[in-house]
Design a protein around this ligand. Structure first.
Ligand code: FMN
Length: 251
């Protein structure tokens, strides 16, 4: 839950249990500088700490929850304990500026980088375009394994010293693919009605919360609209977010 006191950019803002000193938030932006294994590098330590001075919140770029979910071949990930070592150096460096830092957890689904993806997966077997190719429709056990990846990523986010998590549910990546009636044609519990299309995100948030507890900040990034007839629009997204917010209120 976000509590506002005024609309001025230089006034504090509370997100979950954290007070930001102002509303200048650095948006997640991929650096394309991860190692082949998806580790953050010295570049990330320098890049984020240099930009952290004086801002209210730093959000680290898209960070993959599984090796098959990187959006770009040289994206960073958080899919093993070793990934947390360099990420801890990033959070330590940003904390020297007295600035909180969140990680953006992501999975590309049918838009995962073909160069580093063994098995392209999606809610339904509909290709994004020819360059990515046709994804396999996720089985229920594969969906459960992905939710477990998010749970482990949340545990590692805390180990790495992040002050909060942003769940990437935007830009046509995996969670957006589940939410949208354009890319989700499933007729089981994870598709069909709005509630069904939301289930993957709801289950993912519950798995993350099982690691973080209710007072740790967990935010969700959405795209608001699919810009296509029959796709998601701001009204439907607002209904989705209202329902998620009711689930996620701090204790
Ligand atoms: C090089 C580059 C990398 C980006 N990487 C990410 C990312 O990792 N995650 C994300 O949600 N958005 C990413 N974005 C989108 C930005 O966060 C931002 O929304 C976009 O630049 C538009 O800025 P605006 O929202 O201030 O108009 C990226 C944008 C650029 C230009």
């Amino acid at each position: 839950m976000i509590t506002t006191t005024s609309l001025n950019l230089d006034t504090p803002l509370t997100i979950g249990g954290i007070e930001l000193r102002n509303r200048f938030i650095m948006a997640p932006m991929q650096q394309y500088k991860g190692s082949p294994e998806g580790y953050a590098t010295e570049h990330h330590v320098q890049h984020y700490s240099r930009r952290a001075k004086g801002i209210g919140l730093m959000i680290v770029e898209s960070t993959a929850v599984s090796d098959n979910g990187r959006l770009w071949p040289n994206d960073i990930g958080i899919y093993s304990d070793r990934h947390t070592e360099m990420l801890k150096r990033v959070t330590d460096a940003v904390h020297t500026r007295d600035t909180p830092i969140f990680v953006q957890l992501s999975h590309g689904g049918r838009k995962s980088a073909p160069e580093v993806t063994d098995r392209l997966i999606a809610p339904s077997a509909i290709p994004y375009d020819e360059s990515y190719g046709k994804p396999a429709e996720l089985s229920i056990s594969e969906i459960e394994a992905l939710i477990e990846d998010y749970r482990m990523a949340a545990r590692r986010s805390i180990m790495a010293g992040f002050d909060g998590i942003e769940v990437h549910a935007a830009h046509g990546f995996l969670i957006h693919q589940f939410l949208s009636p354009i890319s989700n044609l499933r007729n089981d519990a994870y598709g069909g009605t709005r509630l069904g299309r939301m289930k993957f995100l709801k289950d993912t948030l519950a798995a993350i919360r099982s690691e973080t507890g209710r007072n740790y900040p967990v935010i969700v990034r959405i795209s608001s609209t699919d810009y296509i007839d029959g796709g998601l629009n701001p009204q439907e997204h607002a209904m989705i977010l209202k329902s998620l917010e009711a689930d996620g209120r701090p204790a």
